[in-house]
Design a protein around this ligand. Structure first.
Ligand code: AMP
Length: 214
């Protein structure tokens, strides 16, 4: 199964993509995670991407095209969930021949929605485990001492791009560059829209039941 999970920053794409990956036994490909790893390792791509990511802008399509081709090169036999890609129409165009080479399976497009104010509130109170990527929301839990997922101590950090000014810029970049990607896919693939403000469990259930009905 080939899935694109789409929506504004902070709507819960990563959380749902991880759950879906387990369910379909496929690969979760998050371009944000790949870029953060590149920054951490100080690779050429990481060095080019760091300042762009910190300001909430988009890494150039040429770099992203190479990165996604590489990430998908060993996903030929498995299903996958693309999280954070494509983010521009140009990236959607770049993706087409890459997917054609892989297989001709049906692509499902899952769109999560939420109002910008909810996104800002969620992201300013988001903390991420620097060891395993587990996310907690300070509004729901303020025990940051031990990660409930990997048991790392004092590992929760605030992402640099979860600063309110940067979040507002990320939302603008999303409106200007990424929302048009939805129109690009309309009529081409099956689009499943789910309210991203529901609970993690409800969203996941809704996605799974929509996928089995298609
Ligand atoms: P994310 O974790 O998906 O919110 O991505 C974090 C940051 O990585 C974004 O704000 C962008 O700067 C960069 N990024 C991730 N995916 C892409 C993409 N497909 N195209 C351009 N930049 C990206």
């Amino acid at each position: 199964m080939q899935i694109i999970i789409f929506g504004p920053p902070g709507v819960g794409k990563g959380t749902q993509a991880k759950l879906l990956a387990e369910e379909i036994k496929g690969k979760h490909i998050s371009t944000g995670d790949i870029l953060r790893e590149a920054v951490k390792n100080g690779t050429d791509v990481g060095l080019q991407a760091k300042a762009i990511m910190d300001s909430g802008e988009l890494v150039p399509d040429e770099i992203m095209g190479l990165l996604i081709e590489d990430a998908l090169s060993n996903a030929a036999d498995t299903g996958f969930i693309l999280d954070g890609f494509p983010r521009t129409i140009n990236q959607a165009i770049i993706l087409e021949p890459i997917l054609d080479k892989l297989s001709h399976e049906q692509i499902f497009f899952i769109r999560l929605t939420a109002d910008p104010d909810i996104i800002v509130e969620r992201l300013t109170s988001r903390r991420v485990c620097s060891t395993c990527g587990f996310i907690i929301n300070l509004k729901l839990s303020n025990d940051l001492s031990t990660c409930p997922n990997c048991n790392a101590s004092d590992s929760f950090i605030k992402r640099k791009d979860d600063d309110e000014m940067v979040i507002r810029n990320r939302l603008k970049v999303y409106e200007d560059n990424t929302v048009p990607v939805l129109d690009y896919y309309k009529g081409k693939v099956e689009i499943i829209s789910v309210d991203g403000t529901k609970s993690v469990e409800d969203i996941s259930q809704e996605i799974l039941s929509a996928l089995v009905q298609i």
